[in-house]
Write a protein that binds this ligand. Structure first.
Ligand code: ADP
Ligand code: MG
Length: 286
């Protein structure tokens, strides 16, 4: 659903991402972890097309972003909802208006837009008056509004950049439970965090952890499916077709022209079983 292959991104000649490969299957939830400055936000920006990679390939919902025509960008973006640490809402506008903004881009009649926005707010458990300006709401409720806005167009992918970073622990826990509920309905989730509590929550719910360090993925870049395929392929080498060493003609003794093993057998006066797969030692002789 999301694939980065050998992706590079620099700012003013300083690399923020250095050959990142990260594959995420549809329906997977992935924690993108790493210290501040590791490149987490940069990676997410490439996925939601706020920026483009210098090199390598970013594929989202089957579309290679580097080869996208400008006119196609909004259509690919519809596959992605994003939530941020600082919510990025319009503070003076109501919860309903904030969410409706994302339904408006779908060019639906106003009535339909508002109905969708209400449904999205309900789906994230927003039980306050939807007509109050969001600036009067708690951080936890503001983040619910932001998640409702992200999910209003029913995108298959939800990205979070430190989505609980501005919340107190109990509100953070509620938002994580909401994300888990969203994941369990089949949405692909990619959540950047450097918060150990978020990591612990995700791991406890079977989310995969991909670790970024200094612009490189140091662990967890591929789904279990790919790792399994890889280990099967590796095992295949051991039991696969015979290699050159096994199929090469028998080495011949240069003097007699007989197979070398036969010469050795005669000179040592030892019977050698040629069909033994690994003759390591013959009666004590290495
Ligand atoms: P993280 O989200 O893991 O904290 P970032 O992706 O924000 O990391 O940053 C990775 C590196 O790229 C850092 O060294 C940061 O200073 C640099 N960087 C990120 N965005 C910009 C930008 N817009 N301009 C210049 N440097 C940037
Ligand atoms: Mg960041």
């Amino acid at each position: 659903m999301i694939c980065l292959d050998d992706v590079w991104k620099s700012y003013d000649g300083r690399p923020a991402l250095r050959g990142v490969t990260l594959h995420i299957d549809p329906g997977e939830a992935v924690l993108l972890t790493g210290p501040s400055g590791a490149g987490k936000s940069t990676l997410l920006r490439l996925v939601y097309m706020a920026e483009y990679a210098d090199a390598g390939e970013v594929t989202v919902a089957g579309r290679s972003l580097g080869r996208l025509r400008r006119s196609s960008i909004p259509y690919v973006r519809r596959n992605i909802g994003v939530v941020f640490q600082d919510f990025r809402l319009m503070p003076e506008r109501t919860a309903l208006e904030n969410v409706a903004v994302s339904a408006e881009v779908l060019a639906l009649p106003r009535k339909e837009v508002l109905a969708r926005a209400r449904a999205a707010l309900e789906a994230v458990g927003f039980d306050e008056d939807v007509n109050r300006p969001v600036r009067v709401l708690s951080g936890g409720l503001q983040q619910r509004v932001a998640i409702a806005r992200a999910l209003c167009g029913d995108p298959p992918i939800l990205l979070g950049d430190e989505p609980t970073g501005n919340l107190d622990p109990s509100r953070a826990q509620e938002v994580l439970e909401l994300l888990e509920a969203i994941r369990s309905r089949g949405t692909t989730l990619l959540v950047a965090t450097h918060d150990p509590t978020v990591v612990a929550f995700g791991m406890a719910h079977g989310w995969r952890r991909a670790e970024l360090q200094d612009g490189q993925i140091i662990a967890g870049g591929r789904p279990a499916r790919e790792l399994l395929a890889q280990s099967e392929a590796n095992a295949g080498i051991a039991v696969g077709p015979l290699g050159e060493a096994e199929t090469a003609p028998l080495r011949r003794d240069s003097a007699s022209g007989r197979p070398a093993l036969v010469t050795a057998e005669r000179s040592l006066d030892l019977p050698i079983e040629v069909d033994t797969s690994a003759v390591e030692e013959i009666r004590g002789h290495p």
